[in-house]
Design a protein around this ligand. Structure first.
Ligand SMILES: NC(=O)C1=CN([C@@H]2O[C@H](COP(=O)(O)OP(=O)(O)OC[C@H]3O[C@@H](n4cnc5c(N)ncnc54)[C@H](O)[C@@H]3O)[C@@H](O)[C@H]2O)[C@@H](O)CC1
Ligand SMILES: Nc1ncnc2c1ncn2[C@@H]1O[C@H](COP(=O)(O)OP(=O)(O)O)[C@@H](O)[C@H]1O
Ligand SMILES: [Mg+2]
Length: 285
């Protein structure tokens, strides 16, 4: 099987420099629907990653218990709360974001599953689906038909298995994931070491990242980054490619200071700027 390596050249072909005349209204509004009691950190990480990846506005939609946490942790991010205290029960909002990321830390309560279903039935905004949103969809596979074309799904191996069933070899894993991508018209970010991105028959292989990323919340950060790029107008496959590349690059940059063991998900967020700078330096040369 042929994989297209996600090299710096591939990235530079896709990367869009921010206009000198940009303002927050032109840079996209990302909505992160995330968090539950005890997992509000997932919402904080995803929302902070989204604003640090460059979209103009970020709103977090969280259960009521997340309100103070979000507002104190990230003053740049706006917050809308669900009527329920501890988990999502009714995802309704008046804003018009350009992209939505849903799933990190939301849990799989019955009420949350229903809220996800009702949201998917009416939503037409470009979407990133991760973590418990994927787990809920795995329990209700018919909901896959509700996803907008080119929705980005970001499963780790266990979540992928819940979605497509088990595989016996790596070859079979790719075959099944390609078939899944084609059946539902999805961009599949097959997270791992390394991560592959599958867009129908086309498979991309990331070239950045290391074992420092094997830490809680690193996937939640990737969801925020990818949603941010989607909100900024990148085509879904390019948002996935650029997001995965930059996410991995943060770990390659930071590892000389943090080492593998003490790198945490917040270090990904702290290094997003340095990762972008490697592109801008090269683009200007
Ligand atoms: N600070 C927070 O609030 C955090 C919240 N999180 C949320 O917690 C919820 C549960 O997510 P989890 O992913 O922990 O639970 P899952 O049950 O989906 O996955 C955990 C299991 O998956 C397997 N797995 C994961 N990565 C693998 C890999 N690369 N290779 C092979 N097996 C692998 C392992 O067996 C692992 O025990 C999600 O909603 C997630 O977003 C986590 O992201 C951790 C941090
Ligand atoms: N050994 C590794 N090498 C490279 N990347 C890794 C490694 N381990 C984990 N990652 C990356 O870290 C992220 C983990 O995501 P995920 O399992 O969803 O974490 P969480 O749910 O805790 O946020 C993925 O992007 C994955 O590719
Ligand atoms: Mg995850």
């Amino acid at each position: 099987m042929y994989f297209i390596p996600i090299t710096k050249k591939e990235i530079q072909d896709r990367y869009q420099i921010v206009s000198a005349f940009a303002h927050k209204g032109t840079q996209g509004h990302a909505l992160l629907i995330a968090g539950s009691y005890g997992k509000m950190g997932a919402a904080v990480l995803a929302s902070k990653a989204a604003i640090k990846t460059g979209c103009g506005l970020v709103t977090a939609f969280v259960p009521e218990c997340g309100y103070d946490i979000l507002q104190i942790a990230i003053p740049e991010v706006m917050v809308i709360t669900d009527v329920a205290q501890r988990h999502l029960s009714n995802v309704k909002f008046q804003i018009k974001p350009q992209a939505i990321g849903i799933g990190p830390g939301i849990g799989q309560e019955q009420e949350t599953q229903k809220a996800l279903h009702d949201f998917l039935v009416s939503n037409i905004i470009p979407l990133v689906l991760d973590a418990d949103a994927l787990n809920c969809v795995s329990r209700n596979k018919e909901w896959l038909h509700l996803l907008p074309s080119k929705t980005i799904v970001t499963p780790h191996p266990k979540e992928l298995e819940r979605l497509i069933g088990p595989w016996e070899s790596e070859e079979e894993q790719f075959e099944k994931t390609i078939a899944f991508s084609k059946q539902y018209n999805l961009v599949v970010v097959m997270k791992g070491a390394p991560t592959h991105i599958i867009d129908g028959e086309t498979v991309y292989k990331n070239t950045t990242g290391n074992a420092a990323l094997a830490t809680a919340g690193s996937g939640d950060v990737l969801t925020g980054m990818t949603t941010s790029l989607l909100a900024q107008g990148y085509e879904a496959v390019n948002a996935a490619i650029l997001g995965v590349y930059l996410h991995g690059l943060t770990a390659d940059i930071a590892i000389t200071e943090t080492g593998t063991q003490s790198f945490i998900a917040s270090d990904i967020i702290s290094n997003i700027g340095r990762a972008f700078l490697t592109l801008e330096n090269d683009t200007n040369n």
